[in-house]
Design a protein around this ligand. Sequence first.
Ligand SMILES: *Cc1c(COP(=O)(O)O)cnc(C)c1O
Length: 272
Amino acid sequence: MTEEDAIISDALNHASIIDGVRLCKAQRYRYANADMADLEEQLKAAQKNRFRIIVTDGVFSMDGNVCPLDKIYELANKYDAMVMVDESHSAGVVGKTGRGVTERYNLRGKIEILTGTLGKAFGGAMGGFTTGKKEIIDMLRQRSRPYLFSNSMAPGLVAAGIRMFEMMSETNTLQDKLHENTDYFLRRMKEEGFDCKPSESAICAVMIYDAAKSQQYAAKMQEEGIFVTGFYYPVVPKGQARIRVQISAAHEHEHLDKCIEAFKKVRKEIEG
Ligand SMILES: *Cc1c(COP(=O)(O)O)cnc(C)c1O
C-alpha cells in the first residue's frame, strides 16, 4: 500500500494492526467497532484511492465479539475493496472446526489476507502466520520487512505448529469441548447474576464497569487461584472496566465451577 491507497480499519483493532497502519504510507480511514454504516461511509470516502483494504480483528480481544465478516465481505465487493482479517483470537476457536471467522460465515477462500498467532489457541508457542492469495504471499516474501529482516522462528516451534495443524484435522474433540465449556461458563455466570458480554469466542468479559473495583476483583480472584485479568481505561472505554476470563478446552466443569464460586466469593467480599 502506498500514498495512493487506503486502509480502512476497525476502531477496536489490535495495537499491532494500528502500528502496522502507522508504518505504512497509505491513507487511514477508521470506522466504529463493527459498525457497517460507518464502514460504508469510509468506503465511499476511499473511492478516490487506488486500492482499498478493510482490516479487522476476527474476534475483538476485549469483548469477545466476532466481526460481522459476512457484511464486511458484501461491502468489500460493492466498493471494490480487499479484506484482511487478523484471526489471532478466532483461529482454533471460532467455527465448528475452529477454522476461524471465515468458517463461521462460510467464506473460506474468499478473504485476501488472513493472519494469526501460534501463541493463543494453538498451544501458546511463539510465532504466527499470514495466509491468503498466492500473489500476495509471494509479494510478502520479498517485501515484508519483519519477515525478511528478522531471525526466523525456532525449528521446534515450527514443528509444533505443523503438528498442531495436523491434530486439528484428526479430531474435533478439543474444539467441541471449548465451545461447550464457553457456553457452560457463560450460562452459569448469568444464572449467578453476573453481567457478561455475549461471546462467540473463548473470551468472556465479566463486566465490573468501575476501574478500581475491577483491579480488586482481579487481585482477589488470583488469591483464589484463578488467573484472570482486569482491564480498565484506556485499554477499554471509560466506565467499561471488566474482568477477562479465557476458557480453554483443557478445563473440566469442576475447574469452571471453581472459577464461578470464586467470582461469587469475591463479589460478596467487595460488594458486601
Ligand atoms: C494477540 C494478538 C496479536 C499478537 O500475537 P503475538 O503472537 O503475541 O505477537 C496480534 N493480533 C491480535 C488480534 C491479537 O489478539
